[in-house]
Design a protein around this ligand. Sequence first.
Ligand code: ZN
Length: 130
Amino acid sequence: MEFSLKTSKMQEFINITNQVREVVRKSGIKNGLAVIFIPHTTAGITINENADPDVVRDMIATLDKVYPVKGDYWHMEGNSHAHIKASLMGSSCSVIIEDGDLKLGTWQGIYFCEFDGPRTRKFYVKILNG
Ligand code: ZN
């Protein structure tokens, strides 16, 4: 299943857990694996805390400190920081499905990570039975 989302900032994390959960429910699959894939080179995906939004703020701020927007980069498009951050977060994640739901920890959320926005982005969700 393909999803489209519009990011509104240069860098932001968007919680997509509910959309993934909905795909799992509609699939009717009770046990298996949900794979979420991001088809971009300057956006990624990660699982982290869903309770305190300051966690996301701190992650972006710290990534920026280590990989600043302007730095000693050669890539002429000028968005090397975003390519690096996207690779660090990764382009896919998998979550176990048990009893028809994502087996996430209480405080875990799945985040689409924008590093070169705002843009219209995509992500894919594939449900595997097993
Ligand atoms: Zn680039």
